[in-house]
Design a protein around this ligand. Structure first.
Ligand code: 2BA
Length: 136
């Protein structure tokens, strides 16, 4: 068999097989952080400064129904604590006022609406195992 050259169908098939068999980046976690939209910009900048890739999604909370931001990061296992530290440094808890829904009133009853204070955390963070991670 002669030299197959760099671009024959066989070489392409071998390259595809090698790619499929290649061990995927081992021990990667997906960090999902729900944060205040005001903190999301500085957080993503701080992550990028330390060379962590991140995706920012617009989201909203189920309870307050207000806009928040969800930041997704694929991170090597050993970098998770560093990422959590960056999230801690950049995300701050806040109190928000919520107007409670008025109850259904019987005749003669009355309801005095007063706003409730809700503390919204600096960040709600999930760390998930990743079965497979590839940049194709
Ligand atoms: P929200 O669902 O709009 O919740 C905002 C804040 O309201 C919460 O802050 C919490 O202080 C309060 N809260 C939420 N559900 C409540 C309930 N059933 N009763 C009383 N108070 C309640 P955080 O816990 O810091 O959550 C901030 C945001 O993070 C949430 O916005 C939501 O978007 C997300 N989140 C929190 N926990 C989550 C979870 N287990 N799964 C998915 N997303 C979550």
């Amino acid at each position: 068999m002669g030299d197959p050259g760099p671009d024959t169908p066989m070489i392409r098939a071998l390259r595809r097989a090698a790619r499929a068999a290649r061990p995927i980046l081992a021990r990667v976690k997906l960090v999902v952080a729900v944060v205040n939209p005001e903190d999301a910009g500085p957080l993503v900048d701080a992550l990028l400064e330390r060379e962590f890739r991140a995706t920012r999604l617009h989201s909203s909370g189920g309870f307050l129904k207000r806009t928040n931001a969800t930041v997704l990061l694929g991170v090597d296992d050993e970098a998770v604590e560093e990422v959590l530290g960056i999230i801690r440094e950049n995300c701050h808890s806040r109190t928000q006022l919520v107007n409670p829904m008025p109850p259904i009133l019987e005749p003669g009853e009355f309801f005095l609406p007063y706003p409730l204070e809700v503390e919204v955390g600096g960040a709600t963070v999930f760390v998930l195992p990743v079965e497979r991670f590839e940049r194709l």
